[in-house]
Design a protein around this ligand. Sequence first.
Ligand code: GLV
Length: 310
Amino acid sequence: GKYRVISTKSMPGTRWINLLIEQDCRVEICTQKKTILSVEDIIALIGAKCDGVIGQLTEDWGETLFSALSRAGGKAFSNMAVGYNNVDVNAATKYGVAVGNTPGVLTETTAELAASLSLAAARRIVEADEFMRAGLYDGYVNVDFTVLFITYGQFLKANGEQPVTWKRASSMEEVLQEADVISLHPILDKTTYHLINKESLSKMKKEAILINCSRGPVVDEVALVKHLKENPMFRVGLDVFEDEPYMKPGLADMKNAIVVPHIASASKWTREGMATLAALNVLGKIKGYPVWSDPNRIEPFLNENAPPPA
Ligand code: GLV
């Protein structure tokens, strides 16, 4: 291989590796057992020569790493995620490194988790499961597990033929006040940090369900724990956390919270697709042509326009 490409973590499937190997790349996968690599760990991996890196959203890709990558001759970085709040795109641009992400392939998988959490929260599946396992079921359901009603068709596409009912809200205020289920999917930036806070929570219905499959800091988790304590009928389904991988004190004790470990994109098909897209991002930049696979994608890189198709 003429080009040295690093992946900071092993990724699912072999397609992404084969794509790179077939095109003159030598692929090195970090085998460190640590789940979160530090900036120093990654500088050591980059070494003296590195053409491109596939990294993870748990890593802090800022000035230090992009200057190190640029000094090593690197031209491309791809986040193995659609969100890129861990990447300083301006710093990358300054050092001439193209930044890619992995949109598209995880959209439906994430929607599926948001819907699953909504239904699980509405029907109190986790509590019901605990109730059953604790041997409390005596043939008669003496706990009300069916307290909330959700208008199904309004948030779930049941099958391809059924029309989906859409209503564009005129304001955030309207959404907060009227929705039975609020599912958060923004990117994390200054405008969405603590978008859901004490004030917005107080405007929501007492029996509403809040789902977060975006980034933890979009919700003020301390305010949320307090709200959950004060409003036992309020439910939350969280895939992400403010201090991920940790939870704020008290959250784990709340029966009206369902918590899962950032699994929204965790299906085999999606994760393999993300790895493939990440490899194509890096390869496309190194070889100078766009070879991304997602037809919905307008630009292969976040910080430059798509080169003309080869
Ligand atoms: C997952 O959180 C992603 O941004 O891809």
